[in-house]
Design a protein around this ligand. Sequence first.
Ligand code: NOJ
Length: 551
Amino acid sequence: MPVPWWRQTVVYQIYPRSFRDANGDGIGDLDGILEKLPYLADLGVGAIWFSPFYDSPQRDVGYDIRDYRSIAPEYGDLAKAERLIDEVHRHGMKVVMDMVMNHTSDQHPWFVESRSSRDNPKRDWYVWRDGRKPGGKAPPNNWNAMIGGSGWHHDARTDQWYWTQFLPFQPDLNYRNPAVRAEMLDTVRFWLDRGVDGFRLDIVNALFEDAEFRDNPFAWKLIPSDDDPRMLFQGSDRTLNHPDTLEFMKELRAVIDAYPGDRFLVGEVNAPIEKARAHCCDGKGLNLVFLFRSLKARLDPATIRRLVSEYDGMFPDPLLPTWVFGNHDRARRISRLGGDVAKAKLNAAWQLTARGVPFLYYGEEIGMVQVPIPARDSQDALVQNLAWVPQFVFDAIRSWMGESINRDECRTPMQWDATANAGFCPEGVRPWLPTPGDKDGRTVADQAGDPGSLLSCYRRFLHARRDHPALGRGDLRMIEAAETGEPVVGWRRSADGETVAVLLNATGRSRKVRNPAPGGSLIVSTDVDRKDAGDAELVLAPWEGLVIGAS
Ligand code: NOJ
């Protein structure tokens, strides 16, 4: 049986507002993306995930949808989106749309109707509930939103509360209402009919809540971690990862499986790894779930070895892990690595050679860093929601958690060249978020022609992965330390009779190792000067990662 395309692809995430502004209003748009498709095709990615570009008041940059079937006018229109889908295909890539099924904008006509009266036919499309006392004095129960604080919001007109898992203007749809389920499955079909190849599902483990609205239990947890959103001493048993959500994952899967061409689903499931995996329903639910432990993982041999073995062991066929080092919510990986390009190259080698589906975040390939933006200038609703918090508290959180909670800092415009607006929008126009004054060579124009650049390194690994089935879809066996000599970490990948050996020197010193594939040929290295890799002993440069053809 041929291997589905998504099992051997690399997905590149575009944040449409920040990728390329073709009409000069300071905001990225679909024409801008169309312009840059040749760049992405040449880079060698297999699929593009678009953060939402549907019609939206943009209070959460499109994650607050007002109409699932039309396009925000500042980005384009439906005809343009259809053209984009076709053009991505013509360039040999696939399209992954972002589906925000858990909630809508509070300006969605459904919610406007729903909140208008208790007996409106759309009332039950959202999660409404009486408070424990009338008059907005006590919410229905203790449920906290994922972002902390009660997720219940009192609506004075009808003296009831509506539930939000995220921000107050993102009311949760009521998945216990069959009409809602049917409508959302139809929305998915609407885009499948237009040729979309897959969906990234936003906070999809939040669709169903406890039917009896029982309190969440107490938990010894103050702040959320990468894979566990419990916070403020509260568990999330009643509000996340509900068994009915898992059942719905199977329904969704049946919808996409009814279409030809191996469409797929990847879920954003903020949960401990076993609970996240449960959403794959033993191969009958989501095809993939994002795994977020890698975001903050240290770049050292022990950590890489542990994470690669753990992910591989926990996601045996037909499951498959994902490799995520950044996205529009989290600090850019290279900033966590001290801005060090050599480390970023090794990180790319890790991400693009391990078993699983890599998700790249735009700008990662040129080493774009976090751009510091003070909280008072932030356009991020999460930060605005905390407007009463003084800047020094944000600064303290930044140094304590090792990253800013201001998501603007990782969402700045793509740096195409070194001009003031980075080639994102015309000079003289103010981009929606600033670009750094000194781009420090972190631009496409600076790196494209330089074989030693980070961009060229990504391109080489992406092409190697595409050209070698063992790298693209092979199984994985760790190379034990005894075989090479510590502390180099490595693994073998095999498919279709091809075996390759990967070696990563995740240290700042050169290392002499026994070659696990003596006589093998060099497939790719982070070090552009390496010419071969067949000797019985190899000296790996600091932070070098390489792949050797073993048979
Ligand atoms: C997760 C998305 O990644 C984030 O950007 C968004 O704010 C929330 N879900 C709410 O949709």
